[in-house]
Design a protein around this ligand. Structure first.
Ligand code: AMP
Length: 179
């Protein structure tokens, strides 16, 4: 059914050591995205998992979550709502703070982005510690959305981010057990 395997997808991810700061191995997805077959397959694998889950809207996390989130929303024929960094959304919004390695950051969503009880799928490119996804999940819950699942392209399994997101239908297409 799939022309390419998940290993093919993994082979297309580029490791960039010491970006954006020393000690981080950055998982660069641009080398996957530039190839039409790889990009389409990645979206199709996510689609296969969630197509029967009656998802009503996709929430994507800025900015790489927008890339997979919008493609998947189009494929599922449903809408997309952006979860953005502070100060970007123009209308009435709510915020959630989350911990970074140094300090804190925030994510925001429009107050009217999600209807009460709506079945939501969260999408981002990469799960590391899970702080970002947890903050995004709280935003959806604050709006009384029904968060059904979370889809990531990449999971850094050794950081155990999945633990912080238990009870959700969480998938990742590519896993790394160590840096
Ligand atoms: P976290 O909140 O720790 O799960 O971090 C997830 C967010 O940070 C995602 O939006 C990722 O895009 C980004 N991120 C964290 N670590 C990496 C990494 N090693 N390579 C690329 N992006 C990363």
């Amino acid at each position: 059914m799939h022309e390419l395997t998940l290993n093919d997808l993994k082979s297309a991810i580029r490791d960039v050591p010491d970006f954006p700061i020393k000690g981080i191995v950055f998982k660069d997805i641009t080398t996957l995205l530039r190839d039409g077959n790889l990009f389409a397959e990645a979206v199709d694998y996510m689609y296969d998992h969630f197509r029967e889950k009656e998802i009503e809207v996709i929430a994507g996390i800025e900015s790489r979550g927008f890339i997979f989130g919008t493609a998947l929303a189009y494929k599922l024929n449903i809408g997309f709502v952006p979860i953005r960094k502070p100060g970007k959304l123009p209308a009435e919004k709510i915020s959630e703070e989350y911990e970074l390695e140094y300090g804190t950051d925030q994510l925001e969503i429009h107050r009217d982005a999600i209807k009460k009880g709506q079945r939501v799928l969260l999408v981002d490119d990469l799960l590391a510690t899970g702080g970002t996804a947890q903050a995004a999940a709280r935003l959806i819950e604050d709006l009384d959305g029904d968060l059904v699942g979370i889809a990531f392209l990449i999971e850094l399994s050794f950081l155990n981010g999945r633990k912080a997101l238990k009870d959700l239908d969480l998938i990742s297409l590519i896993q790394y057990d160590s840096e």
